[in-house]
Design a protein around this ligand. Structure first.
Ligand code: HEM
Length: 460
């Protein structure tokens, strides 16, 4: 950080990063800057200036959908290189956004999770089988890698009837490898220095984008070849379900963009959430005990419980654990809001029409409104009475408004069930005295987090 100056007219602290060391953790750097400079600041990098917002007071205001909408900033512009007008990266007024949103929304209502439940359970068992083998051999498990295997197989199978068979592979599926590189490219592109030649990076990205499209075309072709015209999964809906008003179907290029979007959005974030949740449970035995009491009350000492759809809804404390995890480390840690017209926020900061602001969610989730122990992991914050007393805008891990996460129920059903099963079955041993390090590839996950497992006994 080379310079800090305050615009006298805007009261906007601006940190110039143009000559700062490149970092692989831009989000954590922005958090450090927010801690120093407060809830509204800008980062300058050469010609580009990015405005950040972190306080509840300002987020309350910019959540107003009559004045602001989702912004597609530089990071998402880069991701458009692989997902174009897919739901996540579509511009708000791109016609395919509303079209696909209307067609796909019913597939994500809470009741629709019934359709995915048995597939989620089947894949959860793959993870449990793999962890049982590790336990038997006394080998540690690599938490984030296995969670990624689990969530990728779940969205592949329940969304598209495609089996990535991730637990049969020692390395991540090539789709995941290409995806991780493509997301890293999108993140690194934020730190491009004018005048430097990035052709090699661009070509590697193009190759990865082409490979991702190839895998997806394969998934689509396979479905078409099967002659299966049912509309009970995402791909079925995309191929065969007309828009409820216009009667139009999604076009082929858009279906491809949606499938890549769902394969990305549908697994990285949930996998990171589960990994952080296990980290916090391992480090907070009193919380773990409460979660164990909840799953034990439901499943007793059955060795292999068969969670029903309704059971998952009963795991309220496990859900609180996941919410508190998403408070501290929301795995999609920022979203952007764009002003619809020239305006002023917080009664003092002028914003121009079209200007984007990045909401730094981990800082919003540490706003003083959360109390004075914001770093403490405390799922009681999500007890119903406590939650009801808080502004809904204080907790935004799934974004806001019309463009908030469509897959929220899917993620929470999948994660609650798996976490419940793991808590019921294992003790988690902190064999390395793990200290949290956070890896950023547009999404967040704990880096190098391994644990060893032990079976639970009647005493624990
Ligand atoms: C949008 C977070 C799981 C699909 C979003 C947004 C956030 C988010 C913050 C809004 C982004 C923005 O405003 O720019 C998360 C987290 C998840 C999760 C933290 C897991 C814990 C999922 C899953 C799916 C999914 C499982 C699909 C099965 C999407 C899609 C959008 C989206 C398609 C774009 C919605 C639109 O603009 O219409 N997610 N997500 N997400 N998410 Fe998720």
């Amino acid at each position: 950080i080379q310079a800090l100056r305050a615009y006298p007219d805007l009261e906007l602290p601006t940190v110039d990063l143009s000559t700062a060391e490149p970092t692989s953790t831009p989000l954590q750097r922005a958090i450090a800057i927010a801690r120093r400079h407060g809830p509204f600041f800008a980062q300058r990098f050469h010609e580009r200036e990015t405005t950040f917002v972190t306080s509840l007071e300002l987020v309350e205001e910019i959540s107003d959908e009559t004045r602001f909408r989702k912004g597609i900033g530089v990071a998402l512009e880069n991701v458009r290189g692989i997902t174009a007008d897919g739901l996540f990266t579509a511009y708000h007024d791109e016609p395919n956004w509303a079209k696909a949103h209307d067609i796909l929304l019913p597939a994500f209502a809470l009741g629709s999770m019934r359709t995915y439940h048995s597939t989620m359970l089947k894949v959860a068992r793959r993870l449990v089988d793999s962890w049982d083998r590790h336990l038997a051999q006394g080998r540690p498990v690599h938490v984030a890698d296995d969670m990624t295997r689990m969530t990728l197989d779940t969205i592949g199978l329940s969304g598209f009837g495609y089996d990535f068979e991730s637990f049969r592979r020692s390395d991540p599926h090539p789709f995941v490898q290409a995806l991780v590189r493509a997301l890293a490219y999108s993140q690194e592109s934020l730190a491009r220095v004018p005048g430097v030649d990035y052709t090699e990076h661009d070509e590697a990205f193009q190759a990865d984008a082409a490979f991702l499209a190839e895998v997806v075309d394969d998934v689509i072709d396979k479905r078409k070849a099967d002659g299966d015209t049912s509309t009970d999964d995402l791909l079925g809906l995309m191929l065969g379900s007309p828009h409820p008003v216009s009667g139009e179907l999604l076009d082929e290029a858009n279906i491809r963009n949606q499938v890549i979007t769902f394969l990305i959005a549908g697994h990285e974030t949930t996998s990171g959430t589960l990994s952080f949740a296990l980290y916090y449970l391992m480090k907070n035995p009193q919380v773990l005990r409460l979660a164990q009491a909840e799953v034990d009350a439901l499943w007793g000492d059955t060795a292999d419980p068969e969670p029903s759809f309704e059971d998952v809804g009963k795991l309220r404390y496990v859900r609180q654990v996941l919410n508190e995890t998403l408070r501290l480390w929301p795995t999609a840690a920022a979203f952007q809001r764009e002003a619809l017209a020239d305006t002023v926020i917080g009664g003092r900061y002028p914003i121009k029409a079209g200007q984007c602001m990045v909401v730094l969610t981990p800082m919003l989730h540490r706003d003083p409104a959360w109390g004075d122990n914001v770093e403490e992991f405390d799922p009681e914050r999500f007890a119903p009475e406590t939650e009801a007393a808080r502004s809904p805008n204080a907790f935004k891990p799934f974004g806001t408004g019309e463009r908030a996460c469509i897959g929220r129920q899917f993620a929470l059903h999948e994660a609650t069930m798996l976490l419940g099963l793991l808590i019921h079955r294992y003790r988690f041993l902190d064999h390395t005295g793990y200290q949290l390090r956070i890896k950023e590839t547009l999404t967040l996950k704990p880096e190098g987090f391994t644990l060893t497992l032990a079976p639970r006994t009647a005493q624990d």
